[in-house]
Design a protein around this ligand. Structure first.
Ligand code: FEO
Length: 394
């Protein structure tokens, strides 16, 4: 959106709304587009810009800044995170504000040089608890590394209770409205999908950051993507559960099928789980979206995977999904495998090795030849019941 929003007197949203972007990192689908939130914080004496926007929106950012003040008078450019969707306009802002210092972590200085050619002498390194006085309001910096790059930090304005955690607690959601309560019911589910797709491998770091945030009087949570939350506690509570549990009595069931045999086994296993009261979420990998799969895995107790044997191993769609799971490290570590083969088999052995290597406990697979016979379906039902027993036992 082209408008500027004054969130509290003296703190302005000057970001960009990317309505039409449909994929992030060439992996993460963006059905609702996204936004790159940048915030201008004005004190009585000094002004800071917190993060910038993706490079294609840099002219819009400069034009918005000029509507509030002369960009040449910006004193600080706070870089909470160096990734180009937030740092893309850094060279242009620093050129427009020749006296501005880039405020970031020690690691951020190296990245600012690598990505944007910012010389070290233009940078001001900050660490946990450091403060910059803007006159009447201040910025306090929190060390929140690995959310999701090593240099990430968060910035807090204590006088207004506004926290700027950059990517952390964000969501990919374009809207003409800034505040979460104005954008309907999507903000929490999309924050979860966002967390799953980029932050989940760093769940421990997320919990550490939340512990630091718990010491603050946060009245507004302003991430770098998606809505700003005036009800900061609800999102932080949800985030704590995503990162620290407890898990739900839920199984995520992924499968591919070539001639319907694996699908028949799937129906039997899903039925057994469901009858025992376990929530089943199915994804047919021929049509599934990986980011929704990993979002469902954030709080699932078990992963159940069906694959036909394909050239002696897992079907390529299943292989890709499991490699994504391995990278993103969801917390539930119970897995069950099943599938059908024409002659040799091998899909389950392939998947078992891949999952065990990242800490999954894999139950004995059910692998059948051709269409499942009654005793194969009995074995599939027993596998479903075994998964249910484990989940219900906690
Ligand atoms: Fe939104 Fe890690 O960048």
């Amino acid at each position: 959106m082209s408008k500027i929003i004054e969130m509290v007197p003296g703190i302005f949203w000057v970001g960009a709304t990317d309505w039409h972007r449909r994929v992030f990192d060439r992996f993460f689908s963006l059905p609702y587009g996204t936004s790159y939130n940048a915030y201008l914080v004005r004190g009585d004496q000094k002004t800071a810009l917190i993060d910038t926007v993706s490079r294609e929106f840099q002219d819009l950012l400069l034009e918005k800044l000029a509507r509030v003040m002369d960009p040449a008078d910006i004193d600080y450019l706070v870089m909470n995170h160096a990734e180009p969707d937030h740092g893309g306009a850094i060279p242009k802002v620093l050129a427009a504000a020749p006296g501005a210092r880039l405020v970031t972590t020690k690691r951020g200085v190296e990245m600012a040089a690598t990505f944007y050619g910012v010389p070290a002498e233009r940078c001001q390194i900050v660490a946990q608890g450091d403060t910059i006085d803007l006159g009447g309001r201040s910025l306090r910096f929190l060390d929140t590394p690995w959310l999701h790059w090593p240099e990430t930090m968060s910035t807090f304005c204590p006088e207004d209770g506004v926290l700027f955690p950059c990517d952390f607690l964000g969501a990919h959601l374009a809207s003409d409205r800034l505040f979460a309560e104005e954008v309907g019911g999507l903000s929490i589910p999309e924050a979860k999908r966002y967390y799953a797709s980029i932050m989940m491998p760093f769940a421990g770091k997320a919990l550490q950051a939340l512990d630091k945030f718990a010491e603050l009087d946060i009245r507004m949570l302003a991430p770098s993507h998606g809505p700003v939350h005036r009800d900061a506690l609800s999102l932080m509570k949800a985030q704590r559960k995503w990162a620290g549990g407890p898990l739900e009595r839920k199984a995520v069931l992924l499968y591919a099928t070539m001639y319907g045999s694996t699908e028949t086994l799937k129906q039997t296993i899903a039925g057994a789980l469901s009858e025992r009261g376990v929530e089943v979420v199915e994804h047919n990998l021929a049509v599934a979206d990986l980011s929704h799969i990993v979002s469902d895995l954030v709080d699932a107790s078990a992963l159940v995977v069906g694959s036909p044997t394909f050239i002696g191993g897992a079907h390529p769609l299943v292989h890709t999904a499991i490699e994504t799971v391995r990278i993103l490290r969801p917390p539930g570590k119970l897995a069950a495998l099943f599938g059908s083969s024409g002659w040799s088999g091998g899909a389950s052995a392939h998947l078992k090795a891949r999952l065990e290597s990242v800490g999954y406990q894999v139950l004995d697979p059910v692998e059948v030849k051709g269409p499942p016979r009654p005793d194969d379906l009995e074995a599939a039902r027993a596998l479903g019941n075994q998964v249910a027993d484990r989940i219900l036992a906690g």
